[in-house]
Ligand binder design. Structure first.
Ligand SMILES: *[C@@H]1O[C@H](CO)[C@@H](O)[C@H](O)[C@H]1NC(C)=O
Ligand SMILES: *[C@@H]1O[C@H](CO)[C@@H](O)[C@H](O)[C@H]1NC(C)=O
Ligand SMILES: *[C@@H]1O[C@H](CO)[C@@H](O)[C@H](O)[C@H]1NC(C)=O
Ligand SMILES: *[C@@H]1O[C@H](CO)[C@@H](O)[C@H](O)[C@H]1NC(C)=O
Length: 960
């Protein structure tokens, strides 16, 4: 016996060695083949970059696993074929709009074949690494919309392939390096909205490829280089809001050959306006807010001119006759000068207008003495003459209507109407699908791609006449049909720029969604600026291209690497051989062990447990959890959330708790889980459901909370409960919820955005005190990134809940405290109406808004809440609607919400009782004065008035 077991022992040893050798050599083979994937220096560079970035949404969570080029690292795009040295190379880094902070690691310089580096609209700090200057292949360097500081490195001047350099909207300081003169392929230089200072290098006039030079909103000074007029391709020169004090506009600027837009607003320029009449295609001229003197040159400007703004200067003389024959003119601003003489009515009388065209002529605050010609302008013309002698002089009839002192044209807010008479049920109203607005097939329901887009420097002042041509241009460049594009809304912003939201729909009669390759194609065109240039629309900014709804699960970018067939065959063969060999040996071994040996001890999977002492929360064993829930009995189940199932449990000491058990996909690394628990355990507030403990064992993760016997607010509103909530209970619940969330926003460190506030996440304890649940859990769930890449699992938490989702979050994918304000606003509307956020195809926010505008608000108030003071209801409605504004900046902060609710409650008969119950979170600190305003939108406060409102307590009106 002894002998035979020794022999067997030897055999086992041999076998083990064989297996080890086999495994090792297989691994080595696979390694060799795999190593021919991304160049190692580039892998290291990416890892170094990730280390310097702060990534709260975990977009880059997969930047560790596998190979960058073949394992779809978020935002990393590679060339499609292996280069001569056998490696793949990173060609693009596309990390637009991903909430990244931290800095750009100098290691980025190692990405030697990079063509596009895109970090737009993040929160990056630190300086631009000079190492970027060594990436000779770089074509697009897109860093706009961050918080980068420091100066522009000289080294960038060696990027001889650079086509587009955007670092606008940062905090860059220092001068523009002279070395930029050697950027011999540069077409777009956007440095606006920084604190760049010094003299503009005249050497830039060597960059003959330059199309758009945007240097506005900086601290530039010195002179305007006269040599710029030699730039043969320059279309836009925009220098607004710099300080060229005492300098003049060079006379040579009249020689520009291709210039479409010259914008020198507020630059402290002096001297005369040069003759610009020889610039063939000049469309937009803004020299306003300077100290320009002398007369306006009399030669006729280009026929293409849409905008002439010479306002707020020291100009004298009269209006040149040549202004009367400009066919595309939309805006003529000469206000606040010292112009004299007569106003020639033929400026407007000679023009013919299409219905979408307008002309605004602002001549206020000059010294015009009369109008010659027929004063009655066509409807499309707005004429402003206030502040001129002609207005105070008698004799001219009909003049007074042009003499009001009006503000300038503050820009329009456009919103193409979107009225459909389609059946509401047939298209899911989950915000992801909608009817194609101008579909040739009636009522075709599809899911659009949503794009935040901004014209950075358009050459027009009024969009409607250009809307259709713009749509034709965009769809043509995208190779799509005209109806597939819908401009959802647009608005003018400071600059002037024009921000728009675009929706692109799939072809009708095809699928309701774009397929992945189409999404990739379209996105590729936007993110690599492959649109033909136009002078009229100017450059665009891509604000976001967020993949949501059906697109969110689209793995992106797809596996686009084609490893050569030979290598592929080799990989497959080696793998097959390895697998077969190893399994044969293992089978053999197991068979032997089974027949000749006792089974060895089963290995303890849980041998390594990170231990962590957490104050106030208890660590439970899996066994304790199983006992408490009767082995996770279905009967003990009380809910189901994005994170997993929720059970009611009885602990051994008879405490009743709610146990949330993570589902497979919501499981986190142990360290991360415990870090999150630690964070949650520090959050204590009477309006938050408190964490009792957790369980992290047997591959399970559970959170144990205090149990809320009165269930969710949703149950109460939907009538699942026997009783109804009266108005003051509802107000109390509103205030409690708001305070809980305010605590998360302001007292938690780091601040916690809830992200999924809804009536079913507001729980009620035995005294019907509101307690917000599920906060912080979003951090536990895997995060879906902008690219739609799903690291492990799509969590419903991160997506929020349809009907509660901040529309801005939809478009920008940027989460703010105001997203929670929006969702809470929807809960308020539910409290007021008892309705669901989306029901029967109707959106609650829209419904209440409509009722409110129609002065019918009391017709949709929940009749089950008994009597209420109508004034309080009005203010509560107004508050709720403000929370639900589309524009997050117009929404109140959570603090404003709490203050306003408290101030409403103070007006109620049982005010003291309620307020003392919902003790202010500021007890101890002094509550900022509640009289400080929650600014009420004018239409909100004025449209709720009328005969149906009776002050004081009124019985409920109109049953629903
Ligand atoms: C640029 O700066 C100006 C002046 O500070 C500001 O009004 C404008 O909104 C800024 N533009 C952008 C796009 O941030
Ligand atoms: C200027 O006008 C001409 C003639 O109408 C037109 O062909 C050209 O495209 C216009 N250019 C711009 C920049 O609008
Ligand atoms: C009118 O223009 C002058 C000179 O540019 C400027 O100082 C003044 O503030 C302007 N006045 C108004 C009312 O805008
Ligand atoms: C994706 O959609 C486009 C346009 O509808 C179509 O041409 C293409 O064949 C589709 N590709 C796949 C892989 O289905």
């Amino acid at each position: 016996m002894l002998e035979s077991s020794r022999i067997q022992g030897k055999r086992m040893l041999k076998l083990r060695i064989t297996i080890s050798v086999l495994v090792l050599s297989c691994c080595y083979f696979v390694y060799i083949v795999e190593a021919q994937v991304t160049a190692p220096s580039e892998v290291n560079a990416l890892i170094a970059m990730k280390r310097k970035l702060v990534d709260p949404m975990k977009h880059l969570a997969n930047w560790e696993k596998g190979d960058p080029c073949t394992s779809n690292w978020t935002g990393v795009l590679c060339n499609e074929t292996v280069g001569t040295e056998g490696y793949l190379h990173v060609h693009e880094i596309q990390l637009l709009n991903m909430n990244l902070s931290g800095s750009i690691a100098p290691a980025v310089g190692q990405l030697s074949q990079l063509q596009i580096l895109d970090f737009m609209w993040n929160e990056l700090t630190g300086s631009i690494p000079k190492e970027i200057g060594s990436i000779a292949s770089l074509k697009l360097l897109l860093l706009n919309g961050n918080k980068l500081s420091g100066s522009l490195p000289d080294e960038l001047g060696s990027l001889s392939n650079l086509n587009r350099f955007q670092v606008d909207e940062n905090q860059i300081s220092g001068p523009i390096p002279k070395s930029f003169a050697s950027l011999s392929s540069l077409r777009h230089l956007h440095l606006n909205n920084n604190t760049i200072s010094g003299q503009i290098p005249a050497e830039l006039s060597n960059v003959s490829t330059l199309l758009h030079l945007l240097l506005d909103n900086n601290n530039l000074f010195g002179y305007l280089p006269p040599e710029f007029s030699l730039l043969p391709n320059l279309r836009i020169l925009q220098l607004d809001n710099n300080n060229f004090k005492g300098r003049e506009i060079p006379a040579s600027y009249g020689n520009f050959f291709r210039l479409a837009k010259l914008s020198l607003r507020n630059c402290s320029l002096e001297g005369l306006i040069p003759d610009l009449s020889q610039i063939p295609n000049l469309s937009f001229l803004d020299l306003s807010h300077n100290q320009l003197t002398g007369p306006i040159p009399s030669n006729k400007l280009s026929d293409n001119i849409t905008t002439i703004n010479l306002s707020n200067n020291l100009l004298n003389g009269s209006i040149p006759a040549s202004f009367s024959d400009l066919p595309f003119l939309q805006r003529l601003s000469l206000e606040n000068n010292s112009l004299t003489g007569s106003v020639p009515a033929n400026i407007w009388q000679n023009m013919t207008f299409a219905s979408s065209e307008i002309l605004v002529i602002d001549l206020q605050d000059n010294s015009f003495s009369d109008v010659v010609g027929d004063l009655n302008p066509p409807e499309n013309v707005t004429l402003r003459l206030g502040g001129n002698p002609v207005c105070s002089k008698g004799g001219m009839t009909n003049i007074s209507r042009f003499c009001g002192n009006e503000d300038g044209d503050n820009g329009t807010l456009g919103n193409s109407a979107n009225s459909t008479s389609c059946p509401t049920q047939a298209c899911p109203t989950d915000n992801f699908f909608e009817y194609v607005p101008s579909s040739p097939v009636p009522c075709f329901c599809a899911s659009p791609l949503r794009i935040g887009y901004r014209l950075k420097s358009p050459s027009f002042s009024y969009f409607p006449p250009y809307e259709l041509p713009f749509e034709v241009y965009l769809t043509g460049s995208l190779n799509m049909e005209l109806y597939q594009l819908h401009i959802d809304s647009y608005a003018w912003e400071e600059g002037p720029r024009m921000r728009m939201y675009l929706k692109l729909f799939p072809v009708v009669n095809g699928s309701q969604t774009f397929n992945a390759s189409e999404v990739r194609r379209i996105r590729g065109i936007f993110t690599s600026w492959r649109f033909p240039g136009t002078d009229l629309y100017g450059p665009y900014e891509l604000l976001n291209f967020t993949l949501l709804g059906p697109y969110s699960t689209m793995i992106f970018p797809d596996q686009k690497v084609h490893i050569s067939k030979g290598i592929l065959v080799a990989i497959v063969l080696i793998s097959v051989v390895c697998v077969v060999a190893i399994s044969a040996v293992v089978t053999l071994l197991i068979a032997r062990r089974k027949t000749r040996y006792q089974p060895s001890l089963s290995r303890n999977k849980l041998s390594s447990k990170v231990s962590m002492k957490l104050e106030g929360v208890k660590s439970f064993t899996f066994r304790e959890m199983a006992v408490a829930t009767d082995n996770f009995n279905e009967l003990a189940k009380v809910g189901q959330g994005g994170y997993g199932k929720v059970y009611k449990g009885n602990l051994y000491d008879n405490t009743v708790v709610a146990i949330k058990r993570a589902e497979e996909g919501s499981l986190q690394g142990q360290k991360e889980f415990l870090t999150e628990i630690k964070m949650l355990s520090r959050l204590h507030h009477r309006n938050l459901v408190s964490l009792v403990g957790y369980c992290d064992e047997e591959g399970e993760q559970m959170l144990v909370y205090e149990f809320m016997p009165n269930g969710t607010l949703r149950d109460w509103l939907s009538g699942k409960t026997k009783e109804y909530l009266n108005f003051s209970m509802r107000m109390r619940i509103a205030l409690g919820s708001a305070k809980g969330i305010l605590y998360l926003h302001t007292e938690a460190n780091p601040p916690v955005f809830h992200r999924d506030i809804k009536a079913s996440n507001i729980l009620l304890d035995s005294k019907l005190t509101a307690k917000v649940a599920d906060f912080g859990l979003s951090r536990l769930a895997p995060v879906l990134d902008d690219e739609g890449t799903v690291p492990h699992h799509v969590s419903t938490i991160v997506k929020g809940t349809p009907g509660y989702l901040d529309p801005e979050y939809f478009l920008t994918h940027k989460l703010t405290d105001k997203s929670d304000v929006y969702s809470l606003g929807v809960v308020f509307l539910e409290l007021l109406t008892g309705m669901q956020p989306i029901s029967h195809g109707k959106n609650l926010v829209r419904e209440v808004n409509m009722a409110h505008q129609a002065g019918m608000i009391f017709s949709i108030i929940d009749s089950r809440m008994g009597s209420y003071p109508s004034e309080c209801v009005e203010r509560f409605v107004a508050l709720a609607l403000m929370c639900c504004y589309d524009n997050p900046e117009k929404r109140p902060s959570m603090l404003d919400v709490v203050r306003e609710l408290e101030s409403i409650l103070k007006m109620m008969p049982d005010a003291d009782a309620i307020l003392s119950e919902t003790a202010s979170i500021y007890s101890g600190k002094s509550l900022p004065s509640s009289s400080s305003h929650v600014s009420l939108d004018p239409y909100v406060s004025s449209s709720v008035s009328g005969s149906d409102l009776i002050s004081g307590v009124v019985p409920t009106v109109t049953p629903r």
